[in-house]
Write a protein that binds this ligand. Sequence first.
Ligand code: NAD
Length: 392
Amino acid sequence: MAKQVLILGAGYGGMLSALTLVNNLDGQDVEISLVNKSGTHQIITELHRLAAGSVSEKAVALPLERLLRGRNVNLRIGTVSEILLGDKVVALADGTKLKYDYLVIGLGSETAFFGIPGLKEHSFVLKSVDDANRLRAHVEECIARFSETHHVADGTFVVGGGGLTGIELVGELADALPPLCEKYGVNPDDISLNCIEAMPTILPGFPEELVSRAQTSLEKRRVRFLTNLPITQMDANVVHLKDGSSLETNTLVWTGGVQGNSVVANSGLEVQRGRATVTDYLQSTSHEEVFLAGDSAVVMSPSGRPYPPTAQLSWQMGETVGYNLAAVIKGGPLKKFEPVFSGTLASLGRKDAIGTVGSNQIRLKGMPASLMKEASNMRYLSHINGLYTLAY
Ligand code: NAD
């Protein structure tokens, strides 16, 4: 009987695992199933643009059926609720049970709320196309309402967290709010866009020169930064800060951090802070029939610190997982996971960006950084045969 391969998640890790596995099977009789909670592969690195209305949904939500056409992968839409390692079974939320011989987990990460009171209940997040659509509609509703009521809470937008997700979102919102104000006859001076960061500077860990470039660029577009000021509580319409001050707002977007996936954390796989630990070959350290790709796992750098959970790492992990799983099935040698870092680029809105590229971390600002960011998105799309989305 054909071996059953079950891949959980069709994000960067799961998708690249599936595509690479298929390309390396050399005619082996294997049944591959891919489970995902939506019918699309979501380009989550571009969600800030969807949230601000700069791109259409079609550009960031690629139908899985189209990407997997002709690849001999069974697609199943469902939400994974439990992994029963002893029985080699995965349970879905609708009660379906799926058996496997080999399991690939690419379930991604979850938003970390750090136990801050009210935050989960009263904030927006930016982890999926649905989240981005919800935020986009909400921002427009607030501006529309503000034009009639002038309530401060409707005209105050707050992004919690000044990491890469928060800054990219703030940049897009800074460009999107003025045209929205014009549409609803609102004076842009009456609207405020705030980014609140717990650490002394935004983009902690980025070179100082680029941090200051990002801050200046955004401040010129009316973004107000409150740094060294952790959010301590969120009520329905008020965000509270550590110094006792507060802001009245109907819009707090929380981008303050990510944590491991709870399905993985509760599965019985060996984990570290909720993320599965892996061998050099990306197999679980406790279950060799389980491979991991992306943020569900923690990969240690040679210095002993975990690599940051990024799209480029997930993508590369997926390729190694697909290759190694094919090797296990065929009986060939596995290859070690050796990530290559091409740099980090952050967009600051429609026309500006910063970043570092290459092994010697060359610093880029403005147009060159924007173009590199666009090129890296195109490179990924071409890799998964998704370039057709550029037409949208
Ligand atoms: P992050 O953890 O990198 O940043 C979260 C920020 O929120 C931090 O600066 C933190 O100090 C701040 N914060 C935490 N608690 C807070 C509080 N109570 N009040 C105010 N601020 C608080 O999370 P992220 O930005 O979502 O990034 C997650 C991962 O994804 C990172 O590895 C990042 O490199 C990657 N990423 C990369 C890109 C890119 O390459 N362009 C874009 C987005 C995310």
